[in-house]
Design a protein around this ligand. Structure first.
Ligand code: CA
Length: 691
C-alpha cells in the first residue's frame, strides 16, 4: 500500500485530485490494525480507542521545531469538540451543528462541505443550543455523521453528497445526539443524550453502514412491564427497579463511550446516569437500576446482551459511565489479560477482563467521597454513609462534571501509561426545596430532581490536572496542573509525547514519561477538542479544532474567567508540522461581560425567585449558572434584549434568533418573561445575590 501511495503521489498528482483516489479500504481489517500512522480512521484512531499513534517524526527531540503548517478559518462555527479523521491525505471533520467538511490534509484546502441543516430539522425540539458534535465515522467510502436533531447521515466521501439518512430517535421526545457514530462489520451504531431533558429511556441502535437500514436496537433500562419486555435482558433489569420508574424514563442514555471489540466480536457500551438523577424519585425503594452507569457487552451482530459491569449501582449523582472504553493487552498479576480500561465520572479507574466482564481493579484517581473503595470480591462500591444526601445536604466528591468526563484519555503501550484529563471538584447535593412527590417527568427542559451547587459556590472551587496513571501499579506517575476546569482530550505517540489543548487556549506537548512540558503554543481561544496526528508523503502533522465548547461551560464564572466570550474569538482548524512557519493573526484579547444595571429598576424578589426557576430549567445550560455566560451563548446580564419586553419575547417565544441556535419557548407566557427579567436584572446588579 505504501508503494501504491508513492506511485500515485509521485506520478499522478496534478492529473487526478488526491481525494478521488482513496486507496485505503476502511473496513474491519484497517480499523483493527495499528497501521503505519498515516491515517486516523476513527474517533479513537482505531478500534482500540487508545488514541495512540505509531508516528515518531515529531518526538521528544524534534518537537521544539513544531510550528503551524496551515490554518482553516471557521468564521461560522461556535463550539468545536470533534475529533477529525484522516483517510489517505484527506481530513474529514464536523463543526458546529455537524456541518461536515473534507479538506486536503496537506494544505488545508477545502474539498467539499455538507450542511445537514440541523437547526431546521430540530425545529421546536432544539431545547438547548448544544451545537457541539464529537466527529464523524468513516466506512468503505462513506463519511457518516450524527446530528443534534437525532439523524445519522451517510455522505459520499468523494463528492460530499448525502447517500442516505435515517432518523434514530422519536422526534416527539427531547432526545439529541452529540456523540460520534462508531462503525464495525458493515454497521454503524449510535446512541443519544436526553437524560436531563425528558422522561428519557436510553438505547443504542445499529444500522447498515451502506444503506442506513436498522439492524438492531438495545434498550438500556426497562420500560413499563405491563407493555412486555423487548429482551430477556430487560426482564432481568426490571427486577432491579422499584416504583413506577418508567414514568420518569429511567435514563441510561448512551451519548458517548461505545467501543467495538474485534477480539470478542462484541460492542462495549458505556451507559448513562438515571433520569432523573435523584434515585428517590425514579426508584423510591432503591435497587441497582440496571443498566444505568454500566459497561454492557453486546453481541455485535444481534445486539443481544452478553455481560455487564455496573460502576454505580442505584446511581443518584449523575455519575454516568459514558466515558471512553479503551482496549489493551495488559499483564496483571502474572496473567495476560484482554483488558478494557474505563475512567467514568465517579472517580475510580476500572480494569475489566473483556472476555467475561470480570472486575480486575478499581482504584481512585481523584478525591472521591461517595464510596471508600470497590470490593473486588463482590465488584460493588462500598458507599460512605450520608453520600446519598439521605440526611439532607451533603458535599460529595466528585461533582456532576465528573472526576473525568468525555474528554478522551489516551493509552501509550510503550510507557504503559494512561493520560487522563481530571477534574477535582465537589458538589453539594440536597433534596431540600425539591418537590420529590410532585416531580413532573415528560418534556421538561432541564430537571434532575435534586438541588446541587458546584464550583465557585463552594469555598474550594477545585482544580484540574492532566495525570499520567499507571494502570498496573495503580499509581499516578506524573501530574501537571491545568486551568479550571474543562480541558480537552489527549493523544499520545511513539515519539514519546502526549498532546493536549487547554481551557486557556494553550496547546501543549508533554514528555510521555515525565510530564515535562517540551513545547507549547498559544492559539487565542479555549480549546475543547482533542488533537490527532497523521502523515502525508512521509511528513507528520498534528491537528486540532480550536473552538470553546461543551457542557462544562454551564458552570458560568469558572468558564467565563478565561475571557472566551461568545462569538468574539476566531474558530479554527489548526495543523502543525516540524518547521511549520504559518503565523496566526494577532490575537484578540480576552473579553469579559459588562453587566448593566438598569438604574431605578426595582427588583421584585418574589418575581426574581420565579425567574430563577424558569432560568434553571430552560436557560442556564447555555447562558450559564448565575447568569454568567461561560462562552456558549451571550451573557444576558449585558444583553439589551431582555431589557425590552417586546424584543425579549420575539427572541425567547417567537424564535427570532433560531438561526443562531437560540431555541424558542412558545409555552412561556408574559408573566414568565417578566419574572425572568427580574431575575436577570438581579444578577446583573449583584452577582453574589445569584450564587
Ligand atoms: Ca448526565
Amino acid at each position: 500500500m505504501v508503494i501504491m501511495r508513492a506511485i500515485f503521489f509521485g506520478t499522478v498528482v496534478g492529473f487526478f485530485s488526491i481525494h478521488s483516489w482513496a486507496i485505503t479500504l476502511v473496513d474491519d481489517k484497517a480499523l483493527t490494525s495499528l497501521g503505519d500512522g498515516s491515517n486516523w480512521l476513527s474517533y479513537g484512531r482505531n478500534y482500540s480507542e487508545q488514541r495512540y499513534s505509531p508516528l515518531e517524526q515529531i518526538n521528544v527531540e524534534s518537537v521544539k521545531r513544531l510550528g503551524l503548517e496551515w490554518v482553516m478559518e471557521l468564521p461560522k462555527d461556535k463550539q468545536l469538540t470533534g475529533t477529525p479523521l484522516v483517510v489517505d491525505g484527506v481530513m474529514y471533520f464536523t463543526g458546529s451543528f455537524s456541518v461536515t467538511r473534507a479538506v486536503d490534509a496537506k494544505t488545508g484546502e477545502l474539498l467539499w462541505e455538507y450542511d445537514p441543516k440541523s437547526i431546521e430539522h430540530a425545529g421546536d425540539r432544539l431545547v438547548n443550543m448544544w451545537d457541539q458534535n464529537k466527529g464523524p465515522a468513516f466506512w468503505n467510502g462513506k463519511v457518516i455523521i450524527s446530528t443534534i436533531d437525532g439523524r445519522l447521515v451517510g455522505i459520499d466521501a468523494k463528492t460530499g453528497k448525502m447517500v442516505w439518512e435515517t432518523m434514530t430517535i422519536d422526534p416527539r421526545r427531547a432526545y439529541y445526539i452529540t456523540g460520534a457514530p462508531k462503525v464495525f462489520k458493515g454497521k454503524v451504531v449510535i446512541g443519544n443524550g436526553g437524560t436531563e431533558h425528558d422522561a428519557a429511556r436510553g438505547y443504542i441502535t445499529a444500522y447498515d453502514a451502506d444503506t442506513g437500514e436498522q439492524a438492531w436496537r438495545f434498550w438500556v433500562v426497562p420500560g413499563n412491564p405491563a407493555d412486555g419486555f423487548e429482551s430477556p435482558a430487560m426482564e432481568m433489569a426490571a427486577k432491579t427497579w422499584t416504583g413506577e420508574w418508567w414514568k420518569f424514563g429511567g435514563g441510561g442514555n448512551t451519548w458517548n463511550g461505545i467501543t467495538y471489540d474485534p477480539e470478542f466480536d462484541q460492542l462495549l457500551v458505556g451507559t448513562g446516569n438515571g433520569s432523573p438523577w435523584n434515585q428517590k424519585i425514579r426508584s423510591p425503594e432503591g435497587g441497582d437500576n440496571l443498566f444505568l452507569c454500566s459497561i454492557v457487552a453486546l453481541d455485535a451482530d444481534t445486539g443481544d446482551y452478553k455481560w455487564h459491569y455496573q460502576t454505580v449501582p442505584g446511581e443518584t449523582w449523575d455519575y454516568n459511565s459514558n466515558m471512553d472504553i479503551v482496549l489493551a493487552d495488559l499483564k496483571l498479576s502474572g496473567r495476560n489479560i484482554k483488558a478494557l480500561m474505563h475512567a467514568p465520572k465517579n472517580g475510580f479507574f476500572y480494569i475489566l477482563n473483556r472476555e467475561n466482564g470480570e472486575l480486575l481493579s478499581a482504584e481512585k484517581i481523584s478525591k472521591t467521597t461517595w464510596a471508600s473503595h470497590v470490593d473486588l470480591k463482590t465488584g460493588r462500591p462500598v458507599e460512605i454513609a450520608g453520600a446519598r444526601y439521605e440526611d439532607g445536604s451533603e458535599e460529595v466528591w466528585p461533582s456532576p462534571f465528573g472526576a473525568h468526563s468525555w474528554h478522551a484519555m489516551s493509552f501509550n503501550p510503550n510507557t504503559g501509561l494512561v493520560y487522563i484529563p481530571t477534574i477535582k471538584q465537589s458538589a453539594v447535593f440536597t433534596d431540600g426545596g425539591v418537590d420529590i412527590g410532585g416531580f413532573e417527568s415528560p418534556h421538561r427542559s432541564v430537571a434532575v430532581g435534586v438541588a446541587f451547587g458546584t464550583a465557585d459556590s463552594l469555598p474550594d472551587a477545585g482544580s484540574s490536572t492532566l495525570q499520567a496513571w499507571d494502570p498496573i501499579k495503580h499509581e499516578q506517575v506524573w501530574e501537571q496542573p491545568l486551568p479550571p476546569q474543562w480541558n480537552p482530550g489527549t493523544m499520545t505517540t511513539k515519539g514519546n509525547l502526549v498532546f493536549e489543548g487547554r481551557a486557556d487556549g494553550r496547546f501543549v506537548a508533554y514528555h510521555a514519561e515525565t510530564g515535562e512540558i517540551l513545547w507549547s503554543e498559544e492559539l487565542g481561544l479555549g480549546i475543547s477538542a482533542p488533537p490527532i496526528t497523521y502523515s502525508v508523503d512521509g511528513k507528520q502533522y498534528v491537528s486540532l479544532l480550536v473552538g470553546w465548547g461543551g457542557a462544562g461551560l454551564i458552570s458560568g464564572s469558572l468558564s467565563a474567567q478565561h475571557g472566551w466570550k461568545y462569538k468574539v474569538h476566531p474558530r479554527r482548524l489548526v495543523t502543525f508540522a516540524l518547521d511549520g512557519s504559518y503565523t496566526l493573526p494577532e490575537f484578540l484579547p480576552p473579553a469579559f461581560a459588562t453587566p448593566r444595571d438598569v438604574e431605578g429598576f426595582v427588583i421584585d424578589e418574589a418575581l426574581a425567585a420565579e425567574g430563577l426557576e424558569i432560568y434553571s430549567s430552560r436557560c442556564f445550560l447555555c447562558h450559564g449558572g448565575g447568569v454568567v455566560s461561560g462562552g456558549m451563548a451571550p451573557d444576558l446580564r449585558e444583553s439589551v434584549i431582555p431589557m425590552s419586553h417586546d424584543a425579549f419575547k420575539s427572541v425567547v417565544v417567537d424564535g427570532a434568533l433560531l438561526g443562531n441556535g437560540m431555541p424558542r419557548f412558545q409555552d412561556l407566557k408574559d408573566d414568565g418573561l417578566i419574572a425572568l427579567h427580574h431575575y436577570i436584572r438581579k444578577c446583573a446588579r449583584d452577582l453574589n445575590s445569584c450564587q
